[in-house]
Design a protein around this ligand. Sequence first.
Ligand code: HEC
Ligand code: HEC
Ligand code: HEC
Length: 435
Amino acid sequence: MKRLIITSVTRDWPFVILFFIGILLILLLATKPVIADTLTEEPGPVDPELQRERGAYLARAGNCMGCHTAKGSPPFAGGRRLSTSFGIFVTPNITPDKRTGIGDWDEDDFWQALHEGKSRDGRLLYPAFPYTEYTKVTRQDADAIFAYLRSLQPISQLNPPSDIHFPYDFRPLLYIWRALYFKEGVYEPDRSKDEEWNRGAYLVQGLGHCNACHTSRNLLGASRDETLTGGQIMGANWYAPSLTSRLEAGSHDWSIEEIAELLATGISKSAVLSGPMGTVTRQSLQYLSQQDIRAMAVYLKSLAKNETSGMSTINTQIAPEDLRMYLQKGGKLYERHCQDCHGASGEGVANIYPALAGNRNVTMSSPLNTIRIVLNGGYPPATTGNPRPYGMPPFQQIFRDGEIAQIVSYIRNAWGNRGSLVTPIDVDRSKGDSH
Ligand code: HEC
Ligand code: HEC
Ligand code: HEC
């Protein structure tokens, strides 16, 4: 009996403590004097037509439509379900409908949402809405986005509420979360860098919200301190590679032109975008101006570190005597099913079929994306720069998990590639939620 009580108390103590910290913080924040916004930009007179156009462009850069549109529903009317480990978030209607959308909002309300993560009534918003990155957007740009949203056709669409698990459904817990992880503030230019670099950083860190995927998250869904260092996307079975590491998607060895081409068209001579990243380019990046894409490429290239350590090592779960057979079988399957497109030496065809030899997506330590693409196939995004992409067939119906494991292990270790071996368990784990 006594032991029971003790165990239940020890199990619950983090919640008890969190609860009290929460109350303290609420009191603290409620009494904190309001600090005047130091960023009082003087926008001057604005031409409403130009402002709306600019807003439409910026909304593309932020891909607001991507999340705020459900399949088969009008754009921006919300209702899209985003599944995360905290539950399912349903995006709100952000058309100017008075009853179901944001028709009653003014510029200040909108700024409060985008910059501070608070709804019009002061309700704290969940960071499934990436205001943790949008906070970097300037007031001028926020006003332009709002002017554009105001110009949309109001759509009366009441969306179902989000279905968030206990205890995360208790919104005031967000006070704690925000105190720990949310840093409010407009992007501050780095004066030691030129204008193009700063424009790129502003877009990547702010509206582009690249860090919403390209970072690892802790149990509270907060990104770890380091930005763009790669991580599994919450709620989607995809790995968004590090944009700083040379071993993953750091663009150290790519020219600015190639990075820009890849971001804008979804394909380049040595890489191709797939899955959720293909969607980012299809819905957002392909619409950005050449200057903005180039600026992002300049910034991304500057992030890439030139490290060489940390190469994957051979998986020890497989006995060495099995290893040769494993790779031999994988090689045979490759010859029959993959070689026609990807080439006998994994050389691919530039801008059509990605090379697998020397491809970091294939060799990086997480085999998740490679397994997924072999299971499900896919298309690079259709863009103006690559309107009719060639696709890859799915192999899930053709192969057993063991065979997929052999093929993936083979391409990770053929033609000078070096990656850990993949097991049937890895393959099984990669199934599910295709996002
Ligand atoms: C990754 C998905 C995602 C993207 C991208 C996104 N949103 Fe949202 N947004 C959400 C979710 C989810 C919520 C609801 C959060 C909550 O319930 O706390 C939300 C809430 C909002 C709200 C608050 C609405 C209300 O009634 O309180 C506004 C305003 C908004 N988003 C505008 C935008 C704009 C403008 C953009 C583009 C710059 C954008 N969103 C991009 C997911 C997204
Ligand atoms: C919705 C999640 C998501 C967002 C947002 C996102 N990415 Fe990605 N990104 C991914 C995933 C998943 C991959 C791995 C698949 C692939 O390589 O195409 C990836 C891959 C990449 C790659 C490597 C491509 C390759 O084949 O080597 C680059 C570069 C990249 N992203 C840049 C960006 C930039 C810049 C942004 C912000 C504008 C961004 N990503 C936003 C999910 C995302
Ligand atoms: C009909 C041509 C075709 C065949 C056959 C084919 N692929 Fe592909 N493969 C493609 C295309 C096109 C893409 C780009 C898909 C995308 O971006 O979604 C691709 C992408 C890939 C990628 C991801 C590369 C990257 O940079 O992200 C891997 C890994 C891959 N294929 C492996 C295989 C393996 C293994 C087989 C055989 C089991 C195979 N492919 C068979 C055309 C093919």
